[in-house]
Design a protein around this ligand. Structure first.
Ligand code: HEC
Length: 105
């Protein structure tokens, strides 16, 4: 391997190891308005049996969405959330979580 290739491989490794995927907050915002606001509310405060998603950090939201995507029973009403999360990609989850955590404090 020549030096230049070694350098490129090293950078790729570092990026992979840090596992930082840039979140696209405006994509998260658009998706939230379309797919989440009808239950969790435009300001994330929830309503009736739909829980608030405000005041959480991105890691918490992300972990919940991954659980729902995997079909896991989390609370009493997971059956409502599981089909919504089923189609989310990793990128969707990163974007949504960043938007929710940043906007609904
Ligand atoms: C059909 C109504 C509905 C829609 C649409 C919906 N949710 Fe939910 N969501 C729920 C319900 C009900 C729960 C509680 C589920 C349970 O009891 O486990 C929940 C739980 C959650 C939680 C966990 C809250 C906590 O404090 O643990 C998060 C995060 C969440 N939803 C995010 C989202 C996102 C992001 C979207 C849009 C992609 C979305 N939801 C769309 C009904 C909905």
């Amino acid at each position: 391997m020549n030096r230049a290739m070694g350098f490129v491989a090293g950078v790729a490794l570092m990026l992979g190891a840090s596992n930082v995927q840039a979140a696209d907050i405006s994509a998260g915002e658009a998706m939230y308005a379309q797919a989440c606001a009808q239950c969790h509310g435009r300001t994330g405060r929830g309503m009736a049996s739909f829980p608030s998603v405000s005041g959480q950090d991105a890691e918490y939201i992300e972990a919940r969405l991954i659980q729902y995507r995997e079909g896991e029973q989390v609370g009493p009403n997971s059956a409502l959330m599981i089909p919504v999360a089923a189609d989310l990609s990793d990128e969707n989850i990163t974007d949504l979580s960043a938007f929710i955590a940043k906007t609904f404090q």
